[in-house]
Design a protein around this ligand. Structure first.
Ligand SMILES: C[S@@+](CC[C@H](N)C(=O)[O-])C[C@H]1O[C@@H](n2cnc3c(N)ncnc32)[C@H](O)[C@@H]1O
Length: 319
């Protein structure tokens, strides 16, 4: 195991020790298949975000990339809780936030983008580059000292590409997909807007499994990303049941994000069970789910407006 600059392993918390061991290439014992951070959301958030009322409202969301939270903040959501099973979510959020506050638009993309950057089939040699980290690290230290300590140690101890390969998912779209899917990255003007707003954002983090976690508050909006595609419908229904009472009356829940799907898309056996929409609508019959389509991430990639992604939406209508 790497001996970290000026520290022994006793100086670190369990989650910090895990992150270091993961960078060392060791297999962690807890069997968490979501221990890789998503560098960016893999969903077209911009495609569905206007279906939610976010201004001065609250949101409970998952998403280790923090993009769900950052995009919601862009639309004026000022009370956000992130629940994610990935224990590194908070560290990554603060790294992104410090970057937004200090780097310009091009520097931000150069620092975080890796796959297919600067062009398709390339891996970015400047990912997590030291020049940009030097610019953002004082801000990071002020925002969250624990996040500063861990990134500072990792960036000084390991080659940047190793950190990116070992801590992060490889699932990262091309520039069009990332930029069109994330409203805060649409253009420089949007980026400057999020810089201004994110200064005031205070996110609460809960590291936990949505099938068991107990969240004390209720929210106007809940987003479950595409978690549903990773579980059997029955297991996903346990997640839904565990969290549904945290939705306020007349609030909306993004139950599941679905790729390349319309209501009449024929189910193919090797897709996640939730894609079997007849079955899914039966299991959720008490909730009157709606399906909403918009250009999908593949549609963005191939510039084809007919390739649609979808969200399953539950609205808790109370008169
Ligand atoms: C299913 S993943 C896929 C990536 C996603 N499409 C996005 O854009 O972020 C979404 C997030 O859900 C988290 N996750 C998966 N199962 C979970 C669970 N049972 N409880 C809490 N978070 C979970 C993962 O750690 C990940 O950050």
């Amino acid at each position: 195991m790497a001996i970290l600059r000026g520290a022994t392993m006793e100086n670190f918390s369990k989650v910090e020790r895990d992150i270091i061991m993961q960078c060392d290439g060791m297999i962690l014992s807890d069997n968490n298949r979501f221990k890789f951070i998503y560098p960016f959301a893999t969903e077209n958030i911009d495609g569905y975000i206007n279906h939610f009322n976010l201004k001065n409202k609250s949101l409970l969301t998952t998403g280790s990339s923090a993009d769900q939270a950052i995009n919601a903040c862009f639309y004026g959501c000022n009370d956000i809780t992130v629940v994610d099973i990935n224990p590194y979510t908070k560290f990554y959020y603060y790294l992104k936030r410090a970057a937004i506050m200090t780097l310009n638009y091009d520097e931000f993309l150069e620092f975080f983008r890796y796959k297919n950057f600067p062009s398709t089939f390339k891996d970015n040699n400047k990912v997590f580059n030291s020049e940009s980290f030097d610019k953002l690290k004082d801000t990071l230290r002020l925002l969250d000292y624990e996040s500063y300590l861990i990134w500072d140690e990792l960036f000084q101890t390991y080659p940047k590409k190793k950190i990116r390969d070992r801590l992060f998912e490889m699932d990262e779209g091309n520039n069009d997909e990332i930029i069109c899917s994330n409203t805060y990255l649409k253009d420089e003007e949007s980026y400057l807007k999020i810089r201004d707003i994110i200064k005031k954002l205070n996110i609460k983090f809960i590291i936990g499994d949505l099938s068991k976690v107990s969240v004390a508050k209720t929210y106007d909006n809940i987003w479950l990303s595409n978690i549903g595609t990773y579980y059997t419908i029955d297991d996903f229904k346990i997640i839904f049941d565990n969290i549904k009472d945290n939705l306020n009356n007349n609030g909306k829940m993004l139950v599941c994000y679905l790729y390349k799907t319309k209501r009449n898309t024929k189910y193919i056996d090797d897709w996640g069970p939730i894609y079997n929409l007849d079955e899914t609508f039966k299991v959720f019959k008490d909730y009157n789910l709606d399906i909403i389509n918009f250009i999908g991430t593949t549609g963005i990639k191939f510039k084809d407006n007919d390739i649609k992604d979808a969200i399953l939406l539950y609205e808790k209508k109370v008169k």
